[in-house]
Design a protein around this ligand. Structure first.
Ligand code: ZN
Ligand code: ZN
Length: 241
């Protein structure tokens, strides 16, 4: 079984399995922004290869069961979100501002998201590179063309798009992994239970959505109204992981 620990070692959480249920490479502005916030708030350098959205690497994402067995540092577990209408909630360690994991209603309560390049995952074998990319339209097109080729998808007007049917089928398999039900034997508390334990308190960072966001770019081009994110589920609709 794998564990995660915050940068200073105060918070240690055991995960319910050794290997992720699914992995992606994500091009979205929010994955970048929350990790950059965490590095800056914690006073640490960005990991090698990361830095500015659209110039550094896309984010490596892995999903584990939503069962978190807190071994120590429980009193340091806190929560935030990027802005008022962000649908993702971030679990952070208040000691060193490490981003521990993320919850989104689209995971239907079965998974949490971790960023393995930003959080130490102990006891997991070396992770394979993700098979496909998501939210590829958030990445500037010229910079995207220079990335190593990989199947990629995005969501637009509530529908999943890809450059080919094969890309969409491959992405669909990863979505299934993410939605896969947790085994009844999994030990620990859910993200939601840990949030409840602090009285549901979520700090709002109040950061504006990054300018590379597909939705923002399209809104600026006058094709669709900007503003509130659409309703979201992985069966078809989307905006924001
Ligand atoms: Zn810490
Ligand atoms: Zn993302």
């Amino acid at each position: 079984m794998a564990s995660i620990q915050c940068r200073c070692g105060t918070v240690v959480i055991r995960l319910a399995r050794a290997l992720p249920k699914c992995a992606w490479e994500c091009c979205c502005v929010d994955c970048y922004q929350k990790n950059m916030w965490s590095c800056e708030a914690g006073g640490v350098e960005y990991p090698p290869g990361y830095g500015v959205h659209g110039i550094g690497l896309p984010m490596h994402l892995v999903y584990f069961d939503n069962k978190l067995d807190v071994q120590k540092g429980r009193e340091r577990i806190a929560f935030n979100r990027l802005r008022d209408d962000a649908r993702s909630t971030n679990m952070i360690a208040s000691c060193c501002k490490a981003l521990l994991c993320v919850e989104h209603p689209g995971y239907v309560g079965q998974s949490v998201l971790l960023f393995p390049d930003f959080i130490t995952i102990l006891g997991a074998p070396p992770l394979l590179p993700p098979a496909c990319r998501i939210f590829i339209k958030d990445w500037p097109a010229d910079a995207y063309a220079k990335l190593p080729p990989k199947p990629g998808i995005w969501w637009e007007d509530g529908k999943m798009y890809g450059h080919s049917e094969e890309d969409k089928a491959l992405a669909g398999k990863s979505v299934e992994g993410m939605l896969q039900a947790m085994p009844p034997s999994a030990i620990g508390e859910t993200f939601q239970q840990l949030l409840e334990a602090v009285g549901g308190k979520v700090d709002v960072l109040g950061l504006p959505e990054g300018p590379n966001s597909r939705r923002k770019k399209q809104a600026q081009a006058g094709k669709e109204p900007g503003g509130v994110e659409k309703a979201f589920n992985y069966k078809g609709q989307g905006q924001g992981l």
